[in-house]
Write a protein that binds this ligand. Structure first.
Ligand code: FES
Length: 272
């Protein structure tokens, strides 16, 4: 039986009709020319907020991690310093934040969404969808150092551990001198850990753990429950980009709030 022709049946062994590229070559930009594109919109506007927000956060977080002061006020502890290890510098002479930085930083840096964002914004690789990059070969994330991005799932386990500390801090922020109380800082810490939890559990690796390895929910043990979890995680994963930005801004502002309290620049408002 013959193979199919375009629009009919092609005889066995017959070559497919050649495609004429002569008309296309005038309009398709040269592959090697950096920034070449057929897009007519202001595609570069997409990367500007990423450069500004990630850039400002990166500078602020680095400065705060090295500062080593103003991380605690009353029952409030900055998320940049949680869990707080050796604040009296008995064994570690530098900022306590540097001892724990690798966990949250590794989780964010290897996040699938952030990878797309910073590859485009900072490496211009590519600068945007359907816009040409400068390099000629492509190895994806198969070579060092980008192959290390595959550790993302392991950073997820660390991130869940960190969430436990941050929830403890948020609950502790409602105790003033041994009594229950609510300050603005209590609400700030609670909203922060809530957003961080939503971001963490919207992770694509969580979705894979929930159901990504299952071919057939109805055939697997606890399939119904697992399908329910997978659907819930999927609805979070669809909002992963939004949660990534909200939680990033929240963690930065929470640290700033605690810092300003600790250095005496502002006062905490007790609600009751
Ligand atoms: Fe973004 Fe996992 S994909 S945190």
């Amino acid at each position: 039986m013959g193979a199919r022709h375009a629009g009919g049946v092609r005889e066995r062994g017959a070559r497919p009709a050649a495609i004429d590229f002569s008309e296309m070559s005038a309009s398709v930009p040269a592959r090697s020319r950096f920034g070449a594109t057929l897009r007519r919109d202001a595609w570069w506007l997409e990367i500007l907020p990423v450069i500004v927000i990630l850039g400002v956060f990166g500078i602020y977080a680095t400065a705060r991690a090295f500062e080593g002061r103003f991380f605690e006020w009353g029952p409030y502890l900055s998320p940049f310093y949680s869990p707080l290890i050796d604040p009296e510098h008995r064994r570690w002479p530098f900022s306590p934040a540097l001892l724990i930085l690798a966990g949250p930083l590794g989780f964010r840096a290897t996040c699938y969404y952030y990878r797309k964002a910073y590859y485009r914004a900072f490496f211009l690789d590519p600068p945007a969808c359907a816009v040409s990059e400068s390099r000629k070969s492509y190895r994806g994330e198969t070579a060092f150092p980008f192959v290390l991005q595959n550790f993302h799932r392991f950073f997820l386990y660390l991130a869940v551990l960190f969430l436990g500390f941050l929830w403890y801090d948020a609950i502790r922020s409602f105790r003033f001198d041994g009594h229950f109380g609510v300050g603005v800082g209590s609400l700030v810490l609670t909203v922060n850990v809530l957003l961080l939890s939503l971001y963490t559990f919207s992770c694509h690796s969580v979705r894979h753990l929930a159901g990504g390895s299952v071919d057939c929910f109805s055939c697997s043990a606890s399939g119904r429950a697992r399908h329910g979890i997978w659907r819930a995680v999927t609805s979070l994963t669809e909002r992963h980009m939004l949660l990534a930005w909200l939680s990033l801004v929240a963690v930065g502002l929470t640290d700033l709030y605690v810092r300003e309290l600790a250095c005496g620049a502002i006062r905490d408002l007790r609600l009751f």
